[in-house]
Every structure is written in structure tokens, then in C-alpha cells.
Design a protein around this ligand. Structure first.
Ligand code: 5GP
Ligand code: MN
Length: 334
């Protein structure tokens, strides 16, 4: 029996055959989706594709505008045209592409490059590896398979994805492979210290003000295992801050001694409640987020709730407590 072609080979073949391509990052973009999409965008340019569009529902947040090529990101809805190929980065559900979802669905072929817990099957070729610390690790392997030269621009984009999703190599998703890839990218001209400086050490005045307002709402359960903060619309207004400036706040909540699940609830302009969930140890917050139509990773996930802030607070707390009770009863050593 003929050996099945590896998914990377299948993806390479589709890319080699394509003339017109879309590269798509997810809404509320983070460093990984943008770094991966931009690296692939640069790669397709080097492969001399006729047309390459780089799409994201939301504009590139200020802290990621240093990424080479970030001005190429288009947010407006495009007329439906049949592209040969769509490369979809860091998404386990196609609704994470926001207004660009119909254009992706119309493409002749879809390749998914992702490291989330699988949810929806929407791609012809699925480069999905949950053991990858970042989607950028998988984009790196794909670009190697395509024999694209690792320019400093490509290396910087990929390394930013890795640095942001590992929280500078501090999260347990960091593996020896992650470090080997990071070392190679650094040798190709990317700089870990510069990326850290741009992403983690440079904040706007309004973002720090918002952090203060968010932390002033901090609460925890009596046993100290669940802690959360909320950001009502009024706090965004008082700080003069936008949604993108909430990035990283949940990590302060997670860092509290004894906390196993941390939550950040924020009220969007459309009054929906965006939620970030983080956990330490065995509590799988992706499964909790999925109860509310969201998703993510075992230790980092998110969802959107259509209810008031206080209703969302109660609903989430109830669900998290339920999962915690469950994980305690099924794990006698806990
Ligand atoms: P964050 O809290 O930083 O927005 O997201 C944490 C992780 O969960 C990221 O990997 C992000 O892609 C994923 N995530 C956040 N919100 C959603 C959602 O609504 N749906 C899905 N499928 N994943 C989400
Ligand atoms: Mn990611």
C-alpha cells in the first residue's frame, strides 16, 4: 500500500499549486496569530505568488505594529472571490475569522495551521498540533518544508508568536523543541530581548491605568482557588483605553498564590462580555470555555457571553466551581 502523504507534504503541494492566496489571523489578534500569519505572508511573497492577501477582523494592536509587514493587514470585508488557497492561522473554529469567514469558506482549498484543542473540521489539510507551544512553531515547520529562506523579518514574526504564547518561555508549554526553534530564529536575525521590550515592557499610559482599575475589582472565592477581575465599560472610558489594552491583565490574577483558575471579564462596546480564563495545573479551562461557545488551550482559553456583567460573573463562577469539584473527585491525589 502506498504510504499516505504527510500533512506537511500535502500543504506544501497545495501552496506550490496555488496562485492566489489568503492568509488569515483570528479576531482580537494576539502575537501568535499575527506572527504566524505574517511569516506565512512573507513566505508566500518570496515564493512569488500572484496574489496574497493578509486578513484580520480587527486592526493590529499597537504593541504588534513593530512586526515587519503589519501594515499589510486588511480588516475590511472583501467581495466574495474564489481564491486558490486560504491559510488559516491559530483558529480551531472558523467563526474566529469574524467577517472574513465567508471568503475563507469560498476558497478552493483551506489549510489550517493551529495548536488549539480541535473543535470544528473546516480545512482540507489540518496542520494541528496541540503539543506545539505556538502556532508559530507549526508555521516554522511549514516554511522549512517549503524551503523558504528565513529572513530576519520572517524570523522576527515567528519568534514573536513563540515568545507571546509561552509568555517569554515561562509557561509549561515551552518544550526543548520550542527552544531549539527559538534558537534557530535568533540565529536568523530575530531578537528575543527586542521582542520582549516591544510586547511586554512597553505599555501605554491608558493600559496601565486600566490595569489599576481592573485590579481594584479583584475578588476570590473563600478557598482562594478562583480569582477574577472585571472591567466594566465605565473603566475603559475612565482610563481612555481600548479592548486590546486588556492583554496581559489576567496574568496578574493568575499569579496570586493559591489561585488555580483566574478570570478576566470585560464589557465590550456591544455590551457582550469577553472572558479570558487561565489555569494552573490540571483544570482544563478550554472545556469550561467550550460550555459557553468559546475554546482555547488547557491552561488558557476564552469565550464571549451575551448577558450582563454580574450574570456572567455568576454563570462563570458556577461553571468553574462545578469543574473543580469534578476534577477533585476524579483525582484522589488532588
Ligand atoms: P485570550 O484570553 O488571550 O483572549 O485567549 C486565550 C486563548 O483562547 C487563545 O489561544 C485564544 O485563541 C483562545 N480563545 C479566546 N477566545 C476564544 C473564543 O471565543 N473561541 C475560541 N475557539 N477560542 C478562543
Ligand atoms: Mn496561539
Amino acid at each position: 500500500m502506498a504510504k499516505r502523504m504527510s500533512t506537511f507534504k500535502q500543504a506544501v503541494q497545495l501552496i506550490e499549486q496555488a496562485d492566489t492566496c489568503l492568509v488569515v489571523a483570528h479576531l482580537n489578534p494576539d502575537g501568535d496569530t499575527l506572527g504566524s500569519a505574517l511569516a506565512l505572508y512573507h513566505g508566500l511573497y518570496l515564493l512569488r505568488k500572484h496574489t496574497v492577501r493578509l486578513l484580520c477582523h480587527d486592526p493590529v494592536p499597537e504593541i504588534y505594529r513593530f512586526l515587519p509587514g503589519s501594515t499589510a493587514v486588511e480588516t475590511e470585508q472583501q467581495p466574495i472571490t474564489v481564491y486558490d488557497l486560504a491559510l488559516v492561522c491559530d483558529m480551531s473554529q472558523l467563526n474566529r475569522a469574524g467577517r472574513h469567514e465567508p471568503l475563507i469558506r469560498a476558497a478552493r482549498r483551506i489549510v489550517q495551521i493551529d495548536h488549539h484543542m480541535p473543535q470544528e473540521v473546516f480545512a482540507d489539510v489540518r496542520l494541528v498540533d496541540q503539543s506545539a507551544a505556538a502556532t508559530a512553531e507549526i508555521a516554522y515547520r511549514l516554511l522549512r518544508a517549503l524551503r523558504v529562506p528565513f529572513t530576519p523579518e520572517i524570523a522576527t514574526c515567528l519568534l514573536t508568536g513563540i515568545v507571546t504564547d509561552t509568555f517569554s518561555f515561562k509557561f509549561p508549554n515551552t518544550t526543548p523543541r520550542t527552544l531549539r526553534i527559538a534558537a534557530h530564529l535568533q540565529s536568523c536575525g530575530a531578537s528575543i530581548s527586542e521582542i520582549n521590550e516591544q510586547v511586554f515592557e512597553t505599555r501605554s499610559f491608558s493600559a496601565v491605568k486600566l490595569l489599576g482599575l481592573a485590579l481594584s475589582t479583584l475578588k476570590r472565592t473563600e478557598d482562594g482557588r478562583i480569582a477574577w477581575a472585571i472591567i466594566p465599560r465605565s473603566a475603559f472610558e475612565e482610563a481612555g483605553a481600548s479592548e486590546e489594552e486588556t492583554e496581559g491583565i489576567v496574568n496578574f490574577v493568575r499569579s496570586i498564590h493559591g489561585v488555580q483558575v483566574a478570570m478576566l471579564l470585560r464589557e465590550s462596546p456591544n455590551r457582550k462580555i469577553r472572558v479570558s480564563l487561565r489555569s494552573r495545573g490540571a483544570i482544563n479551562v478550554a472545556l469550561i470555555a467550550q460550555q459557553f461557545g468559546g475554546g482555547g488551550h488547557e491552561n488558557a482559553a476564552g469565550c464571549t457571553l451575551e448577558m450582563s456583567l454580574s450574570e456572567a460573573e455568576h454563570a462563570l463562577l458556577h461553571e468553574v466551581q462545578k469543574w473543580m469539584a469534578c476534577s477533585t473527585s476524579t483525582n484522589p491525589s488532588a
